[in-house]
Design a protein around this ligand. Structure first.
Ligand SMILES: NC(=O)c1ccc[n+]([C@@H]2O[C@H](COP(=O)([O-])OP(=O)(O)OC[C@H]3O[C@@H](n4cnc5c(N)ncnc54)[C@H](O)[C@@H]3O)[C@@H](O)[C@H]2O)c1
Length: 456
């Protein structure tokens, strides 16, 4: 798979009815929880949602959600009218019906038929919509990263707590079977003590570098540009910023907010981290995509967590397979892509040949050492064993994104806590903000928990 997220809609059409080719290795089976919970819901169980933001990601969120049993979309909202058309194309393609559409998300929050909202708008709008939705009594699924600015996270956490609403953040690694397996293995001590985690991803094409083509005919007549800007500085209508908002600090967070956030979510989940990193130090630069963007196209960040360290390296200048690694004293776990497969390799942490330092011994001394070493360490010929290792793949048709949405609707039904609540979403978002703080301030970024601020 390419090193970036294929569009959800492309995934759905590609995977519909098509078997995924798997190597002759053990399958990672779906967890009993998922299998049991994917029962068809009774009509009374139907969860009715409103969709807010039907762009690249929201179109997939919508199509996936309405394909789940007992889930129904009753209204859709976007500031761009072309996406009202798209929403009803998607919905009527699956259900044969259409839904009312609006430019005003408040209308969805006022609608008593709506239990929850799914939010896939640019990051600078996340906080206001989540908080307004909680206050209106709606549960919320909001795309990652949870926040655009540091202080927004605590407002969201308070809103969710005070209103007792389910808030789930859309970073699907929290629901991925492969990341769950990695967590199980790390918790069991299968790879010993883990002191280092690594996340690597590279893209090398305009689409991967966010050079998205604006919709043709986009204009202030069919887009509410003033509202789209939200609390960002006022500026004249700009179709480039509309389509490529990730590359501008007024609306997005560059590589950290777009891509690091998934890696950090994976680190936090597998390693049981329940706080932001303590310190981050970034380096990087803008080398290839000098199109007026605010963010670098290559970035790497070293993180300090209390019990381990982590490194994230991401580039828009070379394609490289995405991998998340957990490095332990007794082995290595590597999770590929969004989590579509993973492998564990064991290490015994011992010398496998006489120590090379003894090359510095005189011949007799070296020979004595080597003889003794081989006597103590060489396996008897009949006792030699293969070194263990294992690869796991998603089962055919499995998709962690669908699983993540399913977990949200299940929480809405059962009131069980969400698998990625506002605190978890905030911890990952803060790691992204720390990476950018360090890059732009050219200093370390320290998380000061007492003030709830990043300091240099
Ligand atoms: N989980 C993932 O793997 C993943 C992948 C891609 C994007 N995302 C996230 O999804 C979100 C949306 O990204 P995208 O690529 O779909 O963006 P997009 O620009 O393609 O779509 C966003 C849509 O939101 C609409 N919008 C903006 N402000 C609004 C408002 N106040 N009310 C109603 N509609 C509004 C825009 O008109 C636009 O149609 C982002 O937070 C992004 O980080 C997540």
């Amino acid at each position: 798979m390419k090193g970036y997220e294929i569009s959800r809609r492309a995934f759905i059409s590609k995977s519909a009815g098509v078997g995924i080719t798997l190597a002759a290795e053990p399958f990672l089976m779906e967890t009993p929880v998922l299998a049991a919970s994917l029962r068809p819901a009774a009509p009374s169980d139907t969860v009715r949602f409103g969709m807010i933001g039907i762009g690249m990601e929201g179109s997939g969120v919508l199509e996936t959600s309405i394909g789940l049993p007992g889930v129904e979309c009753v209204a859709a909202c976007d500031l761009y009218d072309g996406r009202h058309t798209l929403a009803n194309e998607i919905i009527s393609g699956v259900t044969g019906k259409t839904v009312p559409t609006t430019r005003r998300y408040q209308e969805l929050l006022d609608n008593k038929d709506i239990d929850c909202v799914l939010v896939a708008v640019p990051d600078h709008w996340h906080k206001s919509i989540i908080v307004d939705a909680c206050k209106a009594g709606k549960d919320v699924y909001c795309e990652k990263p949870m926040t655009h600015k540091v202080e927004e996270g605590f407002e969201i956490i308070d809103a969710a707590r005070n209103t007792n609403r389910i808030v789930q953040i859309g970073s699907q690694r929290r629901s991925s079977l492969c990341f769950a397996k990695a967590k199980e293995l790390v918790d069991q001590g299968a790879i010993g003590d883990v002191y280092l985690a690594e996340g690597i991803l590279g893209r090398n094409d305009p689409c991967g570098a966010w050079v998205y083509p604006p919709p043709s005919g986009l204009s202030p007549q069919n887009l509410d540009w003033e509202t789209w800007l939200g609390d960002a500085p006022k500026r004249p209508f700009d179709p480039i910023r509309f389509a490529r908002w990730r590359a501008y600090e007024d609306y997005g967070e560059g590589l950290p907010g777009d891509l690091y956030v998934h890696t950090l979510t994976g680190f936090h989940y597998v390693m049981g981290v329940d706080a932001p990193p303590k310190r981050a130090q970034s380096a990087g630069g803008l080398f290839q995509w000098k199109d007026g963007r605010d963010f670098p196209d290559h970035m790497m960040t070293l993180y300090d967590y209390p019990e381990f360290r982590a490194a994230v390296l991401m580039s828009l200048n070379t394609e490289e397979e995405e991998v998340t690694r957990f490095l332990g004293t007794r082995g290595l776990i590597e999770v590929y892509g969004d989590g579509d497969h993973m492998r564990i390799a064991f290490q015994d942490g011992k010398d496998h040949e006489p120590c090379g330092y003894t090359d510095s011994f005189p011949a007799n001394m070296r020979a004595d050492y080597a003889k003794q070493w081989h006597m103590e360490n060489d396996p008897a010929p009949a006792a030699a064993k293969l070194v263990d290792g294992q690869t796991y793949h998603y089962p055919p048709g499995y998709n962690e994104f669908r699983h993540h949405l399913w977990n949200f609707f299940n929480s809405v039904r059962t009131r069980q806590p969400s698998v990625e609540d506002a605190v978890m979403g905030n911890n990952a978002s803060l790691g992204c903000h720390m990476a950018n703080y360090s890059y732009f301030h050219r200093s370390p970024a320290i998380w000061d928990a007492s003030s709830g601020k990043i300091t240099g």
